[in-house]
Design a protein around this ligand. Structure first.
Ligand SMILES: Cc1cc2nc3c(=O)[nH]c(=O)nc-3n(C[C@H](O)[C@H](O)[C@H](O)COP(=O)(O)OP(=O)(O)OC[C@H]3O[C@@H](n4cnc5c(N)ncnc54)[C@H](O)[C@@H]3O)c2cc1C
Length: 822
């Protein structure tokens, strides 16, 4: 009976933890159990007394507030204050910027799947769809990527005019200022389609619509600034760029040495109060063609001309490119993807005070403005363009692997190629779902700081993998550059997207979990704020309140993580009315494990976690994959759970879950403290690690899905530009694919007849003629075979050039601008 009592108390405590009971409810339940056993059973009185003492020792200090503050939260607060990482003002701004959405649920260990599935999922409006089907389609037809990237190193004048006339540069500018006033989703759809044709054009369109003067002005500009600049930016009369990065300040953007000193100076013939700017920026996209430069610098007011503060901090001004002292126009050459990009330097450039975005009131608030807006731009630009690129590459590679034959078989039938093409299809599915979910979050009013970092990192990393894979499938066809090559520039340019808008290693190591742990955690930010309160008494009350809930939350996640680990997540509350229920279960399991492991990491490493980038990165990987899986499941639901797509979802899902296991496993295996390693292993992987990578049979199914036209393939590649013109290399692939498939039986018949010795022809023409004569195929079939073979010959052809053509850069008048630093 004593054991029964102990087991009952333990069972009740575990249930309470699993279900997240309140402390008072647990206390009352335990007290009732003890009393009940004492009165109604024959349990030994000594056992009841010992257990009651133990229970009282735990329950009373926890339940009596004054005791708890004195003996528990008070002393812990003292230690906590010492453990707190020292945060600079700029880090503080980054942590507080943005909002928390679905990622908060995933981080907290108990995601409410119904909330995700019921979440709104807006679509394009009619006007937006008309723009995508009209001007965007027309633009894509006009683009000649080879001419742009190799011959002009620029967009053609017609393309520039078309972009301006159709207000491509004003997608995010409200209609009342002459812009298109598009949703994030429409913005995504436009970039996705353009990226599927030409990265140079996509970048040229993306920058003015991302973090640039327009975005800053819409949110922070004064009325005069909005009225003056926004219509001109929307019409393309003004071409903007934004300069933050310099030679010494790259990833560490807050360390910019560029200065603005408030002083008096001459402006349009009058002496006015203004800013004297000195700066050296590089890598600035659109700078060589910009007419207006958004500039970040550190503002100082040594003579107290606008207030008492001398060091005001990072500020942002709009500087016309023809301002005296500003040096602009020379170009960098980013990896053979020659969008306009170059340095901007300024020596004693004077601008009036009203050049500052938002006017004098916004002096020193530049970093906050940038961080808040960056999360929106980052959620759209690179995830959308990666989606376009990834889909196009998947479409083309699927077709090519069916059309290209070696050893008398389409190369896509070989298992080695299948291994690659299945990943390609699955990543395409994942990237698209991820970018859709993040753009939708923006449309639903979020400033998704953490999801935007997840989307930027993973969309570009999966994009890099997809392009690498596609290159391997295409062999020499992908390597030989020229108008027929639809892959080479994407492959060359990949490191650009990895580096810009927060270089990927930094994004993974510092931002996703670094920000996420504090932003998404239900209690940590509140505890930090309480610990920093000047009123110590008030701080303790708040800290105590948060800490009590935090302890319950941690215990609950630990218990849930272990029970899910032991039961293969059988008891997780998930939508059970569908085939994917087990997917939701797995996600709930790893969400609880992430919540528990994060708490342990923060508790044991404190401020040092900031420097333990490997742990931070791996925990970030877990959060990211949970987010990606959620996005894929939402996509699957929204598309009506198409059974034909299930293999792709399954491949992508198992790949993600395997990555979660690998990342969590690496956290456990590499945790600095041995005791913590044991603790984590026990609670996270109580039965070991059982997740497996997607199997070969599944991979085979997925690979086949992209090798022939189908609704699944259409859904997978929806939104990219597919030319109907046979002179476009991707258009030709798509035109040829159904005809190649239709003539495959004829090719097999011919081959069989040849092997059987029915005829023997040395060239294709004779082969077809003889086959008709011998009634192996009909004359119409021979004609179709002939036509298809000509198409295939064009598809597998590569370009050739006169030697002079390739060396034209060196033979022209272009000069290399001397490196100023040299
Ligand atoms: C083509 C192109 C276009 C650009 N356009 C613009 C623009 O329009 N406006 C603008 O202001 N800037 C622009 N940039 C700048 C871009 O944002 C920076 O290149 C980027 O922030 C990285 O800076 P960096 O190149 O100096 O690399 P570095 O900061 O020197 O970083 C080098 C490596 O170190 C890693 N790293 C740095 N710190 C850490 C850390 N704490 N932990 C882990 N890893 C770390 C980075 O991830 C990276 O892998 C552009 C850059 C390029 C190449």
């Amino acid at each position: 009976m004593s054991w029964f009592l102990i087991l009952s108390l333990l069972g009740f405590s575990l249930t309470a933890a699993f279900r997240g009971f309140k402390l008072l409810n647990w206390t009352m339940g335990m007290a009732l159990l003890l009393t009940g056993f004492a009165y109604f059973t024959s349990v030994a009185t000594a056992v009841v007394i010992v257990l009651s003492i133990l229970f009282t020792a735990i329950a009373v200090p926890l339940n009596v507030t004054s005791w708890r503050r004195r003996w528990l939260s008070g002393p812990f607060l003292a230690v906590y204050r010492k453990m707190l990482p020292t945060l600079s003002d700029t880090e503080q701004v980054a942590l507080e910027a943005g909002t928390v959405g679905w990622e908060g649920e995933l981080f907290a260990g108990n995601p409410n799947w119904d909330a995700l599935l019921e979440q709104e999922w807006p679509d394009l409006t009619e006007a937006e769809q008309a723009f995508v089907d009209g001007p965007v389609e027309e633009l894509c037809q006009m683009l000649k990527p080879w001419e742009i990237s190799h011959e002009l190193a620029d967009l053609s004048p017609e393309v520039w005019s078309f972009l301006k006339e159709n207000r491509f540069f004003g997608m995010i500018i409200p209609r009342e200022y002459g812009g298109l006033g598009f949703s994030a989703l429409a913005h995504r759809a436009v970039l996705q389609k353009i990226a599927s044709v030409c990265p140079v054009t996509c970048t040229t369109v993306a920058v003015p619509n991302s973090l640039g003067p327009a975005e800053l002005l819409v949110h922070y500009g004064t009325d005069e600034q909005k009225d003056h600049f926004l219509p001109r930016l929307a019409s393309g009369e003004e071409i903007p760029c934004f300069g933050l990065t310099g030679p010494t300040a790259g990833s560490d953007a807050t360390s910019i040495p560029d200065t603005g000193i408030i002083c008096k100076g001459q402006h349009k013939g009058n002496q006015v109060l203004g800013i004297r700017l000195n700066f050296d920026k590089r890598y600035i996209t659109l700078a060589p063609v910009a007419t207006i430069v958004g500039l970040a610098f550190k503002l100082y007011d040594p003579d107290g001309l606008i207030g008492d503060k001398k060091d005001l901090g990072i500020s942002v001004a709009l500087v016309p490119s023809d301002t005296a002292g500003l040096e602009i126009g020379s170009r960098h050459f980013p990896l053979n993807v020659p969008f306009h990009n170059g340095p901007i330097r300024g020596k004693d450039v004077f601008v009036p005070l009203d050049a500052m975005v938002g006017g004098v009131e916004m002096a020193g608030h530049g970093w906050r403005m940038l961080i808040e807006l960056l999360s929106v731009g980052r959620a759209i630009t690179l995830p959308s363009s990666s989606t376009g690129g990834t889909k196009l590459v998947t479409l083309a590679t699927g077709a090519y692997s069916r059309i290209r034959k070696q050893f008398n078989l389409p190369i896509g039938r070989f298992e080695g190629i299948e291994e690659v093409t299945s990943r390609l299809a699955a990543y395409s599915y994942a990237v698209s779902a991820l970018s859709r979910m993040t753009a939708t979050a923006v449309d639903l009013g979020e400033k998704p700081a953490v999801p935007s970092a997840i989307a930027k990192y993973h969309a570009t990393e999966m994009g890099r993998q997809v392009v690498n894979d596609a290159m391997d499938v295409h062999g020499g066809k992908g390597i030989i550059m020229g108008p027929r090559n639809y892959l080479g520039r994407a492959y060359q340019g990949m490191p650009i997207w990895i580096t810009v808008e927060g270089a990927n290693i930094l994004t993974r190591s510092m931002m996703i979990f670094g920000q996420g742990a504090i932003r998404c955690h239900p209690f940590v930010l509140k505890e930090m704020q309480a610990a920093k309160m000047e009123d110590q008494e008030k701080g303790l009350v708040e800290f105590d309140h948060q800490l009590l809930r935090h302890i319950g939350y941690s215990i609950s996640n630990a218990v849930r993580s272990m029970i899910f680990g032991l039961s293969f997540a059988h008891f997780a509350a998930v939508p059970t009315d569908r085939k994917t229920a087990r997917y939701y279960r797995k996600l709930t399991r790893y969400s609880a494990a992430l919540a528990f492991a994060s708490d342990i990491a923060m508790l044991t490493l404190g401020g040092k976690l900031k420097h333990k980038e490997r742990i931070s990165a791996r925990l970030g990987d877990v959060l990211s994959q949970l987010y990606i899986c959620s996005a894929m499941l939402k996509r699957f639901e929204i598309q009506g759970r198409p059974a034909a797509d299930q293999p792709i979802l399954a491949w992508a899902f198992h790949d993600s879950i395997f990555k979660i296991q690998t990342a969590l496993g690496s956290v456990v295996d590499n945790f600095p403290s041995r005791a913590v390693r044991v603790l984590l292993r026990t609670f996270v992987f109580p039965l070991g690690r059982h997740e497996r990578q997607p199997g070969d049979r599944l991979g085979h199914k997925v690979a086949q899905l992209i090798m022939s036209p189908s609704e699944t393939r259409d859904r997978l590649t929806h939104g990219v530009f597919i030319s109907q013109d046979a002179s476009n290399p991707v258009g030709l692939l798509e035109l040829a694919l159904p005809r190649v498939i239709a003539t495959e039986p004829l090719e097999r018949r011919l081959h069989k007849a040849e092997v059987a010795g029915e005829f023997n022809a040395l060239d294709m023409q004779t082969q077809l003629q003889t086959a008709v004569e011998k009634s192996i195929i009909t004359a119409e079939e021979a004609a179709e075979l002939q036509a298809v073979r000509e198409m295939v010959a064009e598809i597998i052809a590569v370009d050739e050039f006169e030697s002079d053509y390739l060396s034209m850069g060196a033979s022209g008048d272009a000069k290399v601008v001397a490196d100023q630093a040299a």
